[in-house]
Design a protein around this ligand. Structure first.
Ligand SMILES: [Zn+2]
Length: 260
């Protein structure tokens, strides 16, 4: 009896419940602060996304990768705790599944940009289905995730493509700011074009396959963060509600945004 009283006294410190004798052991195990040697550290909890109806939200998006320069970009984003959206070309996902996985593990949104960078607006039903399903499969194989966003290459879309994306449960994402970084392989030019053009609620298009573009990202983020911008993924920009088959260019263009 004295032993039982002692046990209750000790474990009473760990729990506000008064344990019955038969429950003492499980409660003590649950309360133990020591993890086993094989225990994996828990992933840090994600901060809640900002309310883009009030905050100066901006979505940085990167197309055509992954490629070697994507690794450098992931380091840049991680150092600044910035998350972005990657529109992945399926054949590059098949070449660099490790980078697709890294993008996902860092909390970025991973999305579909066709398998061969095809002009989907001019493609047949059969070609569209092959481009989309092959990319979805390659990204799923690399990361376990099936994308719900599509950016048609060149922004080229069609009624046929819209109907197919609706059936596949995918929304189409275009952009508001295009610094033409594929044409101007010039870091200072890309920085200037983006910094001049951004407004709250915009979607910025860049290409992580060009090292000159990747090197523009630190200054773009640091400058805009100092102006109060917060960087979100495309779904976060729209409050997590995107409708399959619809096209998204920027957050509610007519509404006041970015309250002081
Ligand atoms: Zn592209």
């Amino acid at each position: 009896m004295a032993g039982a009283v002692l046990v209750v006294a000790v474990f009473g410190l760990l729990s506000t419940l008064t344990p019955a004798q038969g429950q003492v052991r499980p409660i003590a195990q649950t309360a133990s602060p020591k993890a086993g040697p094989g225990a994996r550290p828990a992933a840090p909890p994600k901060p809640p996304p900002p309310d883009c109806a009030r905050a100066k939200c901006l979505a940085l998006t990167f197309d055509d990768g992954p490629a070697e320069s994507t690794a450098e970009l992931l380091d840049i984003l991680a150092a600044r705790k910035v998350r972005a959206t990657f529109f992945i070309v399926g054949e590059n996902a098949a070449k660099h599944p490790d980078l697709v996985r890294r993008e996902l593990e860092a909390g970025h949104e991973i999305a579909d940009h066709s398998y061969t960078h095809a002009d989907l607006g001019r493609a047949s039903q059969k070609e569209i289905m092959a481009e989309l399903t092959r990319t979805q499969d390659a990204i799923r194989r690399a990361s376990g995730v099936t994308p719900v966003l599509l950016r048609p290459p060149y922004g080229s879309t069609s009624e046929r493509l819209t109907k197919i994306t609706r059936e596949l449960g995918m929304a189409q994402v275009l952009w508001t700011v295009d610094p033409l970084d594929w044409e101007h392989r010039d870091t200072a030019y890309v920085e200037r074009r983006v910094l001049e053009a951004v407004r709250p609620g915009y979607i910025v298009l860049m290409h992580d396959i060009h090292p000159t573009s990747v090197r523009a990202v630190p200054k773009i983020i640091d400058r805009l963060a100092a102006e109060g911008y917060v960087f979100v993924t495309v779904p976060e920009l729209f409050g997590g509600r995107l409708t399959p088959g619809k096209e998204y260019v920027q957050r509610n263009s007519g509404d006041p945004q970015g309250l002081p």
